[in-house]
Write a protein that binds this ligand. Structure first.
Ligand SMILES: Nc1ncnc2c1ncn2[C@@H]1O[C@H](COP(=O)(O)OP(=O)(O)OP(=O)(O)O)[C@@H](O)[C@H]1O
Ligand SMILES: [Mg+2]
Length: 414
């Protein structure tokens, strides 16, 4: 396949997506292949049935390959689930009054990421936040500057080893090699957030089917990553229970008639609950459907708010200031419900909320013009995490490959 194409494979709890695309010179993404398949054998980011996952991947893969008229050999793969953990660390490196070189940057990052992580966890991302030299902080790119001591702050994201192994197994059995493993929250953020929003402070929520991925950026850097185990599927389950309906019917009425905005719904409006197993269809008042949906969405958003509060307390303890001046950006399939912005603004109180969907897309843009494709698009956009490899290599051994990587080292666009 042509080497300028990148392929994203997003294994979600509801759908599996394969996107084939290329980054154009102006940073737009040209989509040339799209494949989707209902996700079977995945729950909340974990593989529950290997064969089913492989089957779904192969369906989506074939669709995308046929559309793009090419064969895919390797992919950027998303990963999510409540086993994702994040921590902020710092490292220092003596520069002894010479100019900071790429080697110094590599070394200080190496020291910052050398913290012991639990044996069952694997390091997924090492994302530079900021550098400081002696007493001067908030440096984006320290190369060429002088001082005595270089310090780097980094955001580390880890995942559970066994869970990622199962995902890797599914992808490898589908005949694919994994180029990069990327946390879905990081991928979605790179598809929908602007640099200005990250600078002002923003909380990105990818509300999917089984999980909500959170990424919180403050002063331009990623400060917190986590996954909550509830999302759109909880809403569907509530509908199924409230109306004694099978999940497939509940899902249908939610997508077709669901809303969070009572003002637009006529109290008398009746909707049809699709039947299953030959039973007759039933009608119900649409306003009752909203009475079921709204509290669950509010609860999901309140879970996020609690996390933001906890983080704020931690920041205050550490003497930092957390400001989310750009508010909250919600994406993912479940962000498509009508009236979400208003409900979210009420939950978060006095904070602006917008729905995020991928931008700057060309080619088959209409096929991916939805918040449900943020992660998959982000997998195409996300740039190489050069700091992840060579964990045990001494700085001297890593020197050889240094100059080819230099341009990627400095704080990148995430
Ligand atoms: N119009 C809509 N209104 C409300 N919810 C919707 C709508 N369309 C899709 N959804 C919900 O979005 C969810 C699927 O979102 P998405 O496609 O982002 O999930 P996923 O990536 O497969 O799952 P996850 O990221 O949780 O692993 C489902 O719960 C679905 O019911
Ligand atoms: Mg998803």
């Amino acid at each position: 396949m042509e080497s300028n194409y990148t392929v994203g494979l997003d294994i979600g709890s509801q759908k599996i997506v394969v996107l084939i695309g290329e980054i154009l010179a102006n940073d737009d993404i040209n989509i040339v292949g799209v494949g989707t398949a209902p996700s079977k054998g995945v729950d909340k980011g974990s593989v529950t049935n290997l064969d089913s996952v492989v089957e779904s991947i192969l369906i989506a893969l074939k669709q995308a390959e046929d559309m793009a008229d090419c064969r895919v050999s390797s992919v950027n793969l998303s990963i999510s689930g409540s086993h994702i953990e994040s921590i902020n660390e710092a490292g220092t490196w003596a520069i002894d009054a010479h100019e900071v070189s790429p080697f110094d940057v590599e070394s200080v990052i190496h020291n910052a990421r050398s913290v012991k992580i639990r044996d069952d966890q694997r390091l997924l991302h090492v994302i530079p936040q900021e550098y400081s030299i002696d007493s001067q902080g908030k440096i984006n790119n320290p190369i060429g500057l002088s001082g005595v001591k270089l310090k780097a702050n980094v955001h580390l994201i880890t995942c559970h080893n066994d869970l990622v192994k199962n995902l890797e197994k599914a992808v490898e059995r589908s005949g694919l090699v994994i180029d990069q493993l990327i946390f879905s929250g990081v991928a979605s953020s790179s598809a929908i957030l602007s640099e200005d929003e990250k600078e002002l402070g923003v909380c990105m929520i990818d509300m999917g089917s089984g999980t909500m991925d959170l990424s919180i950026y403050i002063a331009g850097s990623l400060q917190h990553s986590m996954v909550l185990d509830y999302a759109g599927n909880s809403v569907t389950n509530d509908i199924a229970i409230a109306f004694s309906a099978p999940p497939s019917s509940a899902e249908k009425v939610k997508v077709e008639y669901g809303s969070l905005n009572r003002a637009f719904v006529d109290n008398e409006e009746l909707i049809e609950l699709p039947s299953v197993g030959g039973r007759p269809a039933r009608s119900l008042q649409r306003s009752i459907l909203i009475d079921v949906i709204e509290p669950r969405y509010s609860e999901l958003l309140t879970l996020v708010k609690t996390e933001i509060y906890k983080l704020n307390e931690k920041f205050v303890r550490e003497g930092l200031k957390q400001q989310l001046a750009a508010g909250v950006v919600i994406t993912g399939g479940a962000a498509q419900i009508e009236g979400l912005v208003e409900v979210a603004e009420e939950v978060f109180g006095n904070i602006q909320v917008r729905i995020g969907k991928p931008h700057n897309i060309r080619g088959l843009a209409a096929d991916v013009d939805s918040p449900a494709y943020s992660t998959a698009i982000g997998l195409l956009r996300y740039k190489n995490d050069e700091f992840i490899g060579g964990e045990d290599a001494a700085p001297e051994n890593r020197f050889a490959s240094l100059f080819s990587k230099v341009k990627n080292w400095i704080k990148k666009e995430y």
